[in-house]
Design a protein around this ligand. Structure first.
Ligand code: ADP
Length: 266
C-alpha cells in the first residue's frame, strides 16, 4: 500500500491506494495521533508526508516516512487531478484556500509561489463563530447558503445611485459596508454567515485574479477544503473570477491535492 498524507493547520488529508484504487480520507488535526496509529497498523506500506504539521506526524510514526515540501506536493497532486479531469493546461494558477490562502503560478512544469492572503478557511470559521456563535463547519456553510448579503454588503451601484459607475456596479464596494449600525440587531445568522463567505470568496478571487497578471494564464485552479460542501463559496469565487476576466476551475477532490502529490511521489 502507498499512502500520501497532507497534515495541515486544520485538517489531515490522506490519499492511499488499495487494490489499485485511490481512496481519500480526512480527519481534524486534533486526531493526528489516531492517524499515526492507523499508519502504524498498516504493516507493509510506503508513506510520504507533507504539510505544515508533517514533522509532528513523522515523529509519531514507527517507520521512517518520506517528507515532501508542501508546494511541490500540491503542484504534483493538482497535475494528477487535472489530468484525470482531462483539463490539464500548460500554464495555470493554483489558489489553495486552506486555513490561509496561497497562490502559485505553474508554467514550464515549474511552480512559483506568487503570494497569498491570511483570509481563508480559518477566517471563514473564526469570523463566523464570533458573529453568530456557530461552531461547526457544516452548520456554518449550510446556514450561509440560505442567507442574502444584500443588507450587509455595499455594491458599487449603491454608491453611484443615479449615475453610471466607471466599473461594474455589481462589484462589491465594501464588504459589511452597508449602514449596519441601524440594523445590526435584526440581522439573521444566515445573512451574517453569507456575508462572511462573501468576504472570503471575494478576497481570495480578487487576489488570485491580480496574481494571474504575473502568470501567462488566466485559468485559476481553486483547491482546498474550504470548498467542501460549500456551494456559496464556489459561487462567489466563480462569479467574481469570471467578472474579473479569468477562468475558474474546481477539480474533483481538489482538497486532496497535497496528499495525492505526496502519494504520487512514492
Ligand atoms: P489546511 O491544510 O491548512 O488544514 P485545508 O485545505 O484542509 O487547510 O482547509 C481548511 C479549511 O477547510 C477550514 O479552515 C474550513 O474552512 C474548511 N473545512 C472543511 N471541512 C471542514 C471540517 N470538517 N472541519 C473544519 N474545517 C473544515
Amino acid at each position: 500500500m502507498i499512502v500520501g498524507i497532507d497534515a495541515g493547520g486544520t485538517l489531515i488529508k490522506v490519499a492511499y491506494t488499495k487494490k489499485g484504487e485511490v481512496h481519500f480520507e480526512k480527519y481534524p488535526i486534533a486526531e493526528i495521533e489516531q492517524v499515526a496509529d492507523w499508519v502504524n497498523n498498516l504493516g507493509d506500506c510506503k508513506v510520504c508526508v507533507t504539510g505544515g504539521r508533517s514533522g509532528v506526524l513523522v515523529s509519531l510514526l514507527d517507520q521512517p516516512a518520506q517528507e515532501m515540501v508542501e508546494f511541490e506536493a500540491t503542484h504534483l497532486g493538482v497535475q494528477v487531478l487535472l489530468e484525470k479531469n482531462g483539463t490539464l493546461e500548460d500554464a495555470y494558477l493554483v489558489t489553495n484556500v486552506g486555513t490561509g490562502t496561497s497562490i502559485h503560478c505553474i508554467q514550464d512544469n515549474m511552480q512559483e509561489r506568487l503570494g497569498g492572503t491570511g483570509v481563508g478557511g480559518g477566517t471563514l470559521i473564526g469570523l463566523s463563530h464570533l458573529l453568530t456563535g456557530v461552531t461547526r463547519y457544516d452548520e456554518i456553510v449550510g446556514l450561509a447558503s440560505k442567507g442574502s448579503r444584500d443588507r450587509l454588503d455595499l455594491k458599487v451601484k449603491d454608491i453611484y445611485e443615479d449615475k453610471e459607475p466607471p466599473i461594474s456596479g455589481e462589484l462589491t464596494a465594501s464588504n459589511f459596508g452597508q449602514n449596519l449600525f441601524a440594523i445590526s440587531d435584526g440581522l439573521t445568522k444566515e445573512e451574517l454567515l453569507a456575508a462572511v463567505i462573501g468576504l472570503v470568496g471575494e478576497t481570495v478571487s480578487t487576489v488570485s485574479v491580480q496574481a494571474a497578471r504575473q502568470c501567462r494564464s488566466s485559468t485559476i485552479v481553486y483547491i482546498g477544503s474550504s470548498f467542501i460542501d460549500n456551494p456559496l463559496l464556489k459561487e462567489v469565487v466563480t462569479s467574481y473570477t469570471i467578472l474579473r476576466g479569468s477562468v475558474p476551475v474546481f477539480p474533483d477532490n481538489g482538497e486532496f491535492s497535497g496528499a495525492m502529490g505526496a502519494m504520487t511521489a512514492l
